[in-house]
Design a protein around this ligand. Structure first.
Ligand SMILES: Cc1ncc(COP(=O)(O)O)c(C=O)c1O
Length: 472
């Protein structure tokens, strides 16, 4: 009781600090009318850029439209009030939904098992490399190196290093594919795995995948595929047939769950037979009992253990379930439309920019800045001009192995009209004489591009003392 009133007092103290009053009741907090409050939040919302405004062509991070159906389901009272602390018997519906989503993903990947335990893509990677470490430790094989091509996503080397591996870079050929000769030289009995992003960060398919697998198999190393870009492949390829031992997916990239600022993501990790017993604990199993299914938690025998407090992010799993169920056996159309849209932009823009790779474009197209430099302008200027034209900017200056990279990912939901309008905005920018130094029509106009990263100022209010603090 005493503790509870202390909490109330603290909250009151905090409110006083905000309102500048000595007592909340005295000043009758809050002092704004509904209409003022509504306008405040509406104006804030208008300062944002979202899917409802227009094309969001960020490559690599894939900002994909989140269907209203998924959001409605996630907000459903029954689901929203479910606690992950409920015992198995009282959460059979939720466990069934997670299990079914895992099964659907495993079928799509053509892998024996998927777990939705990981929180996001990089968390799936970390779980995967921890499994690799334990697998070889149990076999008493000293394999301390993970090979990673320079076309991999940046989180791959970070995850491998966090799990205690030495990361060795494998170069790419001129066309952006893995350099097989270099890989052949680097593979050996000290190598635990090769971590390949496929499609890679140039938006192209690693077509030598079977040769890569054969090479690894000879030396006993595992093949890890970063499948975050699976929106280019779903319903079209078999990760099992490619020989993958582990594949992670990002449901917030490929399966329409909100991304980044929209809330937590959702990772998925698929494994081959030989790694099944190393999966994180618990996993969800299913048993047929007198014609009906019962779901339960179990611990795989060689598990790496618990990787976070609760299994997955349930609301996002629900959204991915709805997304897959809505498409049904037409899910391959996601990949077809995503690839078609990216190739449409490739075709429309190749006169204006130079392609980073001549290989076929998958879900995103990457250009370098050679032609921009000839016109005395930069990738950053182009990005700012696109903001002014009412679009979000593409990913810029990534991947790092492409000079002034412009990486555009339209995704599967865009119309030809929107892609044409975007291309015309780029054409207009290139026709203009003299470039603006910053956008004219956005809410925030001129930002110091380096200061936020070099000199971050974190501030917070300590609820117990009502004191504002800032890092130095
Ligand atoms: C290819 C690839 N791998 C891994 C990740 C990391 O995923 P997350 O940001 O969910 O940790 C991303 C992020 O967009 C990615 O594009």
């Amino acid at each position: 009781m005493a503790q509870r009133s202390l909490k109330v007092l603290r909250r009151e103290k905090l409110l006083c600090e905000y309102t500048g009053s000595s007592s909340v009741r005295e000043k009758n907090f809050p002092k704004l009318s509904e209409v003022e409050l509504m306008r405040h939040y509406y104006r804030l919302a208008q300062q944002n850029y979202s899917w409802e405004d227009g094309l969001y062509p960020l490559g690599s991070c894939t900002m994909k439209y989140n269907p209203v159906l998924g959001d409605q389901l996630a907000q459903n009272e029954i689901f929203a009030k479910l606690s992950p602390n409920l015992p198995e018997e009282l959460s059979q519906g939720a466990l069934a939904l997670i299990y079914e989503t895992e099964e659907m993903l495993a079928r799509l990947l053509d892998m024996p098992k998927v777990t939705l335990f990981p929180a996001a893509g990089a968390h799936g990677e970390l779980s995967g490399v921890l499994m690799i470490a334990k697998y070889f430790a149990d076999k008493k094989e000293k394999r301390s190196v993970i090979l990673i091509p320079d076309s991999a996503h940046g989180t791959n080397p970070a995850s491998a290093a966090m799990a205690g591996f030495e990361v060795v870079k494998v170069g790419s050929r001129k066309d952006g594919l893995t350099d097989m000769e270099e890989l052949g030289r680097l593979v050996g009995p000290h190598v635990a795995a090769f971590m390949l992003t496929n499609p890679n960060t140039l938006g192209i398919f690693e077509e030598q995948i079977l040769e890569i697998k054969a090479l690894l198999e000879k030396s006993g190393a595992l093949l890890y595929i970063d499948g975050a870009n699976f929106n280019a492949l779903m319903g079209k390829v078999s990760m099992g047939a490619m020989g993958a031992d582990l594949v992670q997916l990002n449901l917030h990239k490929s399966f329409s769950t909100p991304h980044g600022g929209g809330g937590p993501g959702q990772g998925a990790l698929a494994v081959s037979e030989r790694l099944l017993s190393y999966l994180p604990a618990p996993q969800i199993g299913c048993q047929e009992e007198k014609g009906h299914r019962r779901y339960y938690y179990y611990e795989p025998p060689n598990t790496i253990g618990r990787i976070k407090a609760y299994y997955g992010h349930f609301a996002n799993i629900l959204r991915a379930w709805a997304y897959m169920k809505s498409y049904g056996n037409r899910i391959h159309e996601v990949a077809e439309h995503a690839v078609l849209n990216a190739n449409y932009l490739r075709k429309r823009l190749t006169n204006l920019f130079q392609l980073a790779s001549p290989k076929p474009t998958m879900h995103e197209v990457v250009f370098d800045d050679k032609k921009l430099r000839e016109k005395n302008t930069t990738t950053m200027q182009l990005a700012k001009a696109l903001l002014d034209a009412g679009f979000y900017a593409p990913t810029v200056y990534f991947p790092l192995n492409v000079s002034g990279a412009i990486m555009i990912e339209p995704t599967e939901t865009e119309t030809k009209e929107e892609l044409d309008a975007f291309s015309e905005a780029i054409e207009d920018f290139l026709k203009e004489e003299g470039q603006v130094s910053h956008p004219q029509y956005t809410f925030v106009k001129e930002v110091d591009e380096a200061k936020a990263a070099r000199n971050p100022i974190l501030s917070w209010i300590d609820a117990s003392t009502c004191q504002q603090s800032e890092n130095p």
